[in-house]
Design a protein around this ligand. Structure first.
Ligand SMILES: [Fe+2]
Length: 226
């Protein structure tokens, strides 16, 4: 099986969508304080999705332009559509904040809810397509080692505080084995401080049972002697 560079980050992004969607359904959007809390969650979703799309363009689609223009253009176009859907949401968020009455917030809130559902539907299909079509194109021209190197370059370019915002959702979105493999790689190849930070984040984000299972696997992995 070839290396799927999108698996972990896309699981994190999907977890974000699912949890934000439910928060939006639970919020009484006619209520200023309750609505504001849900909308701030949406803003975080939009910010992290937009930044992710730019990274994919820079590190995967643009280098593919000369080799497979059809696939590169397809995904660059989809990122434009994604950006358009996000712009609709940003406009509705501003409009909601300007509403002076509960009824006005209720109506704009409902439009916002429908617009967010469209954003979710588009992105769920888009991420599937990247893992099926884009991966296929990448696998034809790059080795797994090259794809991993590109992924590492992408991570290195991301500021640490932003990386932690993604990491929170990757931890919430991935299964036990994926988390154990990820943190073991960190243990074996990164400074010990990073492992400590990620383990603390995992302890905050996972149920005690899931965290204990992940930690046990990471502890079992031996660090090679110098
Ligand atoms: Fe994408």
């Amino acid at each position: 099986m070839r290396y799927n560079s999108f698996n972990q980050i896309h699981k994190g992004l999907r977890a974000m969508l699912y949890e934000a969607a439910l928060a939006l359904q639970h919020a009484d959007l006619s209520d200023a304080a309750e609505g504001e809390e849900a909308l701030q969650r949406l803003e975080e979703v939009l910010y992290l999705f937009d930044s992710h799309a730019h990274h994919e363009d820079q590190f995967f689609n643009e280098p593919l332009e000369q080799i497979n223009p059809e696939v590169a253009t397809l995904f660059e176009q989809e990122h434009k559509e994604d950006h358009r859907l996000a712009t609709v949401l940003y406009d509705l968020i501003s409009q909601w904040r300007e509403e002076k009455t509960a009824a006005g917030r209720g109506i704009t809130g409902r439009n916002l809810f429908y617009a967010f559902n469209e954003f979710i539907a588009f992105n769920l299909c888009h991420m599937n397509k990247e893992e099926l079509v884009l991966n296929e194109a990448l696998w034809k021209v790059y080795s797994d080692e090259e794809i991993k190197a590109t992924e590492q370059a992408l991570v290195r370019q991301t500021p640490p505080d932003k990386m932690m915002r993604y990491a929170k959702w990757m931890i919430r979105g991935c299964n036990r084995v994926e988390l154990a493999n990820w943190l073991t790689e960190v243990k074996l190849g990164a400074p010990p401080e990073l492992l400590m930070v990620l383990l603390k984040l995992a302890e905050e984000q996972l149920t005690p049972h899931r965290f204990a299972a992940v930690k046990e696997s990471v502890n079992a992995a031996a660090v090679p002697a110098d």
